[in-house]
Every structure is written in C-alpha cells, then in structure tokens.
Design a binder for this molecule. Sequence first.
Ligand code: HEM
Length: 150
Amino acid sequence: MPTLAALADAYLWLKAVHIVAVVAWMAGLLYLPRLFVYHAGIDPTSEASALFKVMERRLLRAIMNPAMIATWLLGCLMVLAEPGWLRDGWFHAKLAMVIAMTGMHMGMARWRRDFERNANARSGRFYRIANEVPTVLLIGVVILVVLKPF
Ligand code: HEM
C-alpha cells in the first residue's frame, strides 16, 4: 500500500490518469445507449442484431467496466491523499452525481443482457432519452470539480 506521502507526491499523476479513465468511461456511457437506439428497431434474430450484441458486449466489458473501476480507484486515492475534500460541499454533490452515473452504468449492463437474450421490450425513444442522462451528469460533475462553487 503506497504511503500517504507517496500518494501526495503522485497527486497530479493520479489526477491525470483519473481524467483519462473518466474520458474512456464517458465515451462508453454516451455510445452504448446509441447502439441500443438502433438495436431496438431491428429483428432480434437478424444478423445485424448478432453484430450489435458483439459490439455492446465488447464495449461494456473491455472499455466501460475497467474505465469505471479505474475512475473510482483513482478518485478514492486522491481523496486518501487529500482527505480535506470530504468536508467540501462540491465533493458531496459530485459524489451524488457520480453514484447516479454508476447507476446508469448498471442499468445499461442490464439492458444489454436483455438484448442478448432477445428480451428487450424498451423502445428506441426510451434509449434516446436515457442517452441524455450521462451528458447532463457529466456537465454537472465537471463544473463542480473544476469550479468547486461550494
Ligand atoms: C467515481 C468517483 C470519483 C471520485 C471519488 C472523484 C474524486 C476526484 C478528486 C478528489 C479530484 C481532485 C480534485 C482536485 O484536486 O482539484 C478529482 C478531479 C477530477 N475529477 Fe473526479 N472523481 C470521481 C469521478 C469523476 C467523474 C465520473 C468525473 C467526470 C465525469 C470526474 C471528473 C474529474 C475532473 C475533470 C477532475 C480534475 C479537476 C481539476 O483539475 O480541477 N471525476 N476527482
């Protein structure tokens, strides 16, 4: 386990890698619902549906899951190095939004399994609306963490 002093020395590296992980996670959170929008409109037994299933599975397992874990891990290591953040209102609000983002991630994982089992019952319109949620959360999180307004 790195010492707190070592974490403090590496703080900017932790933040840099944190932001890289955030970008990868966000790319998936914005792209996966887009695939669902088109997947919802086609015959579940078609060749195109089989291709969508492969794309959705790989996006979630190879990119989104590791990126989400890295975002949380590096975020928590920065809090370990700088525990004063835990007292700040901006951090509480940010954490609430990030927990909502993680909830969206879990929802997308469940929707993907439904498609895999040809059991999707939601419309393309539902996924279009779902696609907006991570966007709004992203805007809120970045404003909170960069401006630290309260
Ligand atoms: C998952 C849980 C997360 C935790 C515990 C966390 C925690 C932190 C902490 C402690 C910092 C350093 C703040 C500073 O030194 O000024 C930070 C920076 C940052 N975080 Fe997170 N974060 C998390 C998720 C996210 C997510 C999901 C996003 C974006 C969608 C995000 C975007 C950023 C950005 C842009 C910075 C750099 C801010 C700056 O340099 O001023 N974080 N995060």
